[in-house]
Design a binder for this molecule. Structure first.
Ligand SMILES: Cc1cc2nc3c(=O)[nH]c(=O)nc-3n(C[C@H](O)[C@H](O)[C@H](O)COP(=O)(O)OP(=O)(O)OC[C@H]3O[C@@H](n4cnc5c(N)ncnc54)[C@H](O)[C@@H]3O)c2cc1C
Length: 347
């Protein structure tokens, strides 16, 4: 079997890389050891901005801005192509933590983002269910979200209709083979596939394909989902490292933990209790509705959360697009565009 490019991993990074590569005219095979879009890209919150964007490394700011430019049209295109709505919405974010004014001001100026300090009276007018004990918040109206499981489903379905792309699920890539210093094929659980390029987009598992595998580490994040009625909450709330994300149908996600426990995806009562306690402190009415689900995902952790978007020093044609840590959905468009640019100009 032969193709131009093998993409290892069918998370947001793998499928978006494949979409852009196919647009550039390459034949692509996405090899996914389980099912497309069921790991970190499914487990996350779908926010298109870091939860404290002013604290994120400055090098990520233009990449996040690019994501915010791309997503509205991408989601519309995907809806037209597949009938699945990824629910892009600029719900905005109310942050109740105290923030260093200088940092906030600098970030807003550099990224051309607006923000406003709102007092308790304004808070009651815009989010009536927020606990009145909170006297002020920072309101960032442009922060947007997508419903990430639906985004992944739409991206997958769109690729299934793309003649340049083949998606193969249940196939594990075991090794990348080279001839002299150039990629020649991948060894998989179902045999060998010859190719000119390989993109490692294997999320938290990407380290296996790196010379220094510690550059990507799994970081567990746990979340809760509450079945709240539509309209209880419209905006994302952020307080004491806990965030509440309202979906279009009323459901509210509460996240998340940051745990360095290897590849263990189990959930714990301790984290559930902490997330729930923080959430009902800010939105007391949540107590009236059931916790429908708790889950955990493994983020691809990297140094300072800065992804690796590069060609291997040692093997020509071997690229990595991984390590997006807490921001892979927001960073995906810019990161995949950068990777494809590097690939097409590498010869
Ligand atoms: C609780 C939580 C909340 C989050 N919230 C947000 C948020 O609000 N906004 C945001 O932007 N980001 C968020 N993130 C982070 C975001 O989800 C990740 O950065 C992003 O999903 C990483 O995408 P990926 O494609 O690299 O990894 P994944 O989605 O994990 O995909 C990697 C895929 O590679 C496959 N794979 C691995 N090894 C192999 C192999 N050898 N052969 C074949 N296939 C293989 C895996 O099965 C997997 O499907 C959150 C993450 C978590 C866990």
């Amino acid at each position: 079997m032969t193709t131009d490019c093998v993409v290892i991993g069918g998370g947001i990074i793998g499928v978006m890389t494949a979409r852009i590569l196919a647009k550039a005219g390459l034949k692509v095979q996405v090899l996914e050891k389980q099912q497309v879009g069921r790991e970190s890209s499914w487990a996350g919150g779908g926010l298109l901005s870091p939860i404290y964007p002013w604290d994120a490394p400055e090098v990520l700011w233009p990449l996040i801005s690019r994501g915010n430019e791309v997503y509205p049209q991408l989601c519309e295109d995907l809806l037209n192509e597949t009938g699945i709505d990824p629910e892009y919405v600029q719900s905005g974010l109310l942050n109740f933590d105290s923030i260093e004014t200088d940092k906030l001001y600098y970030w807003a100026k550099e990224t051309d983002t607006s923000y406003q300090r709102v007092d308790q009276k304004q808070l009651t007018e815009i989010e009536a269910a927020v606990n009145p004990l909170y006297e002020f918040a920072t309101w960032v109206p442009e922060i947007a979200q997508v419903r990430n499981p639906r985004l992944l489903k739409a991206l997958k379905n769109s690729l299934l209709n793309n003649k340049k792309v083949q998606i193969k699920e249940g196939i594990e890539v075991q090794a990348v083979n080279q001839v002299k210093e150039r990629v020649s094929s991948v060894k998989t659980s179902e045999g060998k596939i010859s190719c000119q390029y390989v993109v490692v987009a294997a999320g938290a598992w990407s380290g296996t394909f790196l010379k220094d595998e510690t550059r990507i580490q799994p970081v567990r994040g746990q979340m809760l989902r509450i079945e709240a009625p539509k309209g209880l909450l419209q905006r994302v709330l952020m307080c004491d490292s806990t965030y509440l994300i309202p979906r279009q149908d009323g459901q509210i996600l509460i996240g998340s933990s940051l745990e360095y426990v290897g590849f263990d995806k189990s959930t714990t009562e301790e984290v559930a209790k902490k997330l729930y306690t923080n959430a009902i402190k800010i939105l007391p009415e949540l107590q009236n509705f059931p916790i429908a689900q708790q889950w955990a995902g493994l983020r691809p952790g990297s140094e300072n959360g800065i992804p690796l978007i590069e060609e291997s020093d040692e093997v020509k044609g071997l690229f990595i697009n991984s390590g997006h840590f807490r921001n892979g959905v927001g960073l995906a468009p810019a990161s995949c565009e950068m990777l494809v640019d590097k690939m097409l100009s590498s010869e």
